[in-house]
Design a protein around this ligand. Structure first.
Ligand code: NAD
Length: 295
C-alpha cells in the first residue's frame, strides 16, 4: 500500500484516483473545483482542503491537469508541489503538456531532490475508468521502476519512452499520426461518396488493404461500418475535437522548437482549428468528417 497525493480530479483524474483506491492505496486528492475531492473521499479516498495538503500527503504525488501553465503553477508556484512534497517523494505528471514544460519542471524537481516522471496517457475516459490506459513514460529508469506498480493500477500498457519529456514526445507524435490519419480517412470516404462508392464497400475493401489504419477500422468516422464508433451516436465524444486540436498544436510547437518539418501535421492542426471554430469543440474528433464532406 502506498500513500499518494493526487491533484486534478477531472474527467480523467477522478477515475484514475478511484482505481488507485480500489487497488488498496491511500489517496488524498485535491481539485480547485469544489466537491471533486469530496467525491474521491466518497469513493474511499481522502479530501485535501489545499493543494499543499495533497502534495504533502504521500510517498508519491500524481497530477492530472489541463495544460502546461497549470503544471508549472502546481509544481513551481508558491506553495506548489516542489515546496510541499515529502522528501524523496516520487512525482508523476500524467497531464498532456508541451515537451519543453515537462523537461523544465522535471529539471526543477531534480534540482530540488525529487525524482519525476512525465507519464501522459492514451485511452480516454473509458480507459481511465476501466484501468485500461496506456502510459508513455519519460524519466530515468529507476524512477520508472519505482512508479510502474502504481501506473499498473491505472493502466494496462506501461512503456518507458526514455528520459524526461519523452513521454510527452511520444504522446504528441502518436496523436499527430492519429489526427492526420483521421483526416485522410474522412477525405477518402467523402471522395468515395461522390464517386458512387458505398461507405460499407470502401470500408470492407480498405480494412483488408493498404489503407487500413486505426482511424478506419476501430474508429470509423462514417456511421455504419464500426458499430462502437462515435459516428453511430451523433459524434458524442469520445475524444473531443478540442482535445485533438490541443495535441496537434503541441506537436506544432515541438516541431517549431526542433526545426522539424511536419507539413501534414500543420495542415491537420489548421483543419481542426477551422472545424472547432464552427462551435464543434465538444463533438468527437471524428466529426471532422461532416466538415470535410461538405467542403
Ligand atoms: P479536466 O479538465 O476534466 O480535468 C482537469 C482537472 O484539473 C479539473 O478538475 C480542474 O479543476 C483541475 N485543475 C486545474 N487547475 C488546477 C489546479 N491549479 N489545482 C488543482 N486542480 C486543478 O481534463 P481531463 O479530461 O481530465 O484531462 C486531463 C489531462 O489529460 C489533459 O492534459 C488532457 O489533455 C489529458 N488527456 C485527456 C483525455 C480525455 O479523453 N479526457 C485523454 C488523454 C489525455
Amino acid at each position: 500500500m502506498a500513500t499518494i497525493g493526487f491533484i486534478g480530479l477531472g474527467n480523467m483524474g477522478a477515475p484514475m484516483a478511484a482505481n488507485l483506491v480500489k487497488a488498496g492505496h491511500q489517496v488524498t486528492g485535491f481539485d480547485i473545483v469544489a466537491g471533486r475531492a469530496e467525491a474521491l473521499a466518497a469513493r474511499g479516498g481522502r479530501a485535501a482542503a489545499t493543494p499543499a495538503e495533497a502534495a504533502g500527503a504521500g510517498e508519491v504525488v500524481i497530477t492530472m491537469l489541463p495544460a502546461g501553465p497549470d503544471v508549472r503553477a502546481v509544481y513551481l508556484g508558491n506553495g506548489g508541489i516542489l515546496g510541499r512534497a515529502r522528501k524523496d517523494a516520487l512525482l508523476i505528471d500524467c497531464s498532456t503538456i508541451d515537451v519543453e514544460t515537462a523537461r523544465l519542471v522535471a529539471t526543477a524537481a531534480n534540482d530540488a531532490g525529487f525524482e519525476m516522471l512525465d507519464a501522459p496517457v492514451s485511452g480516454g475516459v473509458i480507459g481511465a475508468e476501466t484501468a485500461g490506459l496506456t502510459f508513455m513514460v519519460g524519466g530515468n529508469v529507476d524512477a520508472f521502476e519505482r512508479g510502474r506498480a502504481l501506473l499498473t493500477a491505472m493502466g494496462r500498457t506501461i512503456v518507458h519512452a526514455g528520459p524526461a519529456g519523452n513521454g510527452q514526445a511520444a504522446k504528441i507524435c502518436n496523436n499527430m499520426m492519429l489526427g492526420v490519419s483521421m483526416i485522410a480517412v474522412c477525405e477518402a470516404f467523402a471522395l468515395a461518396e461522390r464517386l458512387g462508392l458505398a461507405p460499407q464497400t470502401l470500408f470492407d475493401i480498405s480494412a483488408k488493404s493498404s489503407g487500413q489504419c486505426w482511424a478506419l477500422t476501430s474508429y470509423c468516422p462514417v456511421p455504419g461500418p464500426v458499430p462502437a464508433s462515435p459516428a453511430n451516436r451523433d459524434y458524442e465524444a469520445g475524444f473531443t475535437a478540442s482535445m485533438m486540436l490541443k495535441d496537434l498544436r503541441l506537436a506544432q510547437q515541438a516541431a517549431g522548437g526542433s526545426a522539424s518539418a511536419t507539413p501534414l501535421g500543420a495542415a491537420a492542426a489548421n483543419l481542426y482549428q477551422l472545424f472547432v471554430n464552427e462551435n464543434t469543440s465538444g463533438l468527437d474528433f471524428s466529426a471532422i468528417y461532416r466538415f470535410i464532406r461538405k467542403a
